[in-house]
Every structure is written in structure tokens, then in C-alpha cells.
Design a binder for this molecule. Structure first.
Ligand SMILES: C[S@@+](CC[C@H](N)C(=O)[O-])C[C@H]1O[C@@H](n2cnc3c(N)ncnc32)[C@H](O)[C@@H]1O
Length: 242
């Protein structure tokens, strides 16, 4: 099935690759990498593609900006029933991530080396992802750099499209102004609800630590944890009104 027009900073369509940074993940161990080659062409092909990388189909968890993979390698070990994909734009970090997963012999975690926006836009299809996790995304604090922020309302709309009903997006940040920017992005998109009345809570105790989390804790910086759940579609209502 064709998808809606317009990714976030990504050209339309699967051929619209010109201008997109396409870094190949050849140098990562094959078992642990999503190849940045020809993306799946429809939803079924995408599900088969991921089932082929992992050992069969399972709920999909995507971490955005995984760094060296500290979080996702630990998280996937404690969630053996789910398939995890981390995205990381820097090759050195993606390599460290893949090497950690390989050393632990994990088969339910893989790395995509490249731009996460391209991955979400081209590899994922509507209503296929259970969870997006975004820990300490770059805050781009200067106003003239806000355009580089990942969690714009356009990107949030794309995440919502890829999520299953009841699926969630979890975000951590140490930056108060970016926190409010992210809350505003989610509030501007219909169909999400947060369990937090003020929009954010504490970093969950059961969540693995990340490099940036440890760094910010040492520096005594505040830590904000945001969670947004995609509301379930009310089928009864749709059926009776159509
Ligand atoms: C501040 S670090 C946080 C890393 C890790 N989540 C942590 O908490 O330790 C942000 C990470 O996102 C990666 N990143 C930034 N923009 C990206 C993009 N468009 N696609 C994939 N990764 C990206 C950076 O290379 C970096 O590793």
C-alpha cells in the first residue's frame, strides 16, 4: 500500500534518494545490521524483511540515536519476545553497538547505520511498530538550529503512522526548553495521550542506563522522561457512523 506524502527531511518515494545521506552498513557484521540498500517495497515485504533479520516475527521496538548501543543491548536481553532495531548515524558508534550485540550472542537486536528519518520513512510501514525509544536526542539549543531538531511535529506524525494502536513513544532529555518543544509537538498531533499530567515524569528505574544519562547525572542535570501512547481507534464508532 502506498503511503502518505512527505517524510520529515526525506524526499518522497523510494527513488527520491538524491540529497539523502546514504551510508552503507557493509562494515557492520551482517547478522547485526539492517542493510542500507533497497528498502522493502510494501508493508508485508517490510514485515518479512525484519522477520528474516531476526528469528521470525515479533513486536518491533525501534531506538532512535542509539549511540554505542548501551541501552538497546541491555533492553533487548530483558525483552527476548521482541525484535529491536537501533539507528545510529555515526559509523564508529554503530560498530560498537553491533560488536556488543555480537559478543552477547543476541539475535533479537539489529543496527541501522544511517539517518533515522530515512529508516522510519523507507523501512517501516504503517501500524507495525510497538515502541519508539529516543534517549537524549541532540537538543540543538540555538534558535537558528531548531530546524535540525528531530522531534518536530512532522516527525511525530510519521511516528504515529508507524505505531500500532496502543504503541508508545518514550523520550528522555536533560534540556528543559527541548522538553517543552517535544511536548508541544506531541500535543499538536491528534491521537496521542500521555500518562503524565504535566507531560513528563522520572526516568524509569527499570530502564537500562545510557552513556548520556550517566554523564548528565554526574553533572547534576535534570532528567525528564516523556511518554506518549497512540490512542486505540474506536472501531465500533467508525462502523456505526460510516
Ligand atoms: C546525545 S546522543 C545520545 C546517545 C544515546 N541515546 C545515549 O543516551 O547515550 C544522540 C545520538 O543520536 C545520534 N543521531 C543524531 N541524529 C541522528 C539521526 N538523524 N539518525 C540517527 N542517529 C542520529 C548521534 O550520532 C548520537 O549518537
Amino acid at each position: 500500500m502506498r503511503r502518505e506524502k512527505g517524510g520529515d527531511g526525506v524526499r518522497n518515494g523510494r527513488d527520491g534518494r538524491a540529497g539523502i545521506q546514504t551510508q552503507r552498513s557493509k562494515e557492520l557484521p551482517p547478522l547485526y545490521s539492517v542493510k542500507d540498500e533497497l528498502p522493502p517495497q510494501d508493508k508485508e515485504e517490510s514485515l518479512r524483511y525484519f522477520a528474516g533479520i531476526f528469528r521470525g516475527r515479533g513486536p518491533i521496538v525501534v531506538e532512535i540515536g542509539s549511540g554505542n548501543g548501551h541501552f538497546l543491548v541491555d533492553y533487548s536481553e530483558t525483552h527476548p519476545d521482541k525484535n529491536h532495531i537501533g539507528t545510529e548515524i555515526l559509523l564508529g558508534r554503530a560498530r560498537k553497538f553491533a560488536s556488543k550485540a555480537r559478543k552477547r550472542g543476541l539475535r533479537n537486536v539489529a543496527v541501522f547505520h544511517g539517518d533515522t528519518r530515512r529508516f522510519v520513512w523507507e523501512f517501516l510501514y504503517e501500524e507495525t511498530v510497538d515502541e519508539f525509544i529516543i534517549l537524549f536526542p541532540d537538543p540543538w539549543p540555538k534558535k537558528r538550529h531548531h530546524k535540525h531538531r528531530l522531534l518536530s511535529d512532522r516527525f511525530v506524525r510519521m511516528l504515529k503512522d508507524r505505531l500500532v494502536d496502543g504503541g508508545k513513544v518514550c523520550v528522555a532529555t536533560d534540556h528543559e526548553e527541548y522538553r517543552d518543544f517535544i511536548i508541544a509537538s506531541f500535543e499538536s498531533v491528534d491521537g496521542f495521550e500521555s500518562p503524565y499530567s504535566r507531560g513528563w515524569g522520572d526516568y524509569p528505574d527499570e530502564y537500562p542506563r545510557t552513556l548520556f544519562l550517566e554523564r548528565f547525572k554526574k553533572e547534576g542535570r535534570p532528567l525528564y522522561f516523556l511518554q506518549w501512547i497512540k490512542k486505540k481507534t474506536d472501531c465500533t464508532r467508525e462502523n456505526t457512523t460510516s
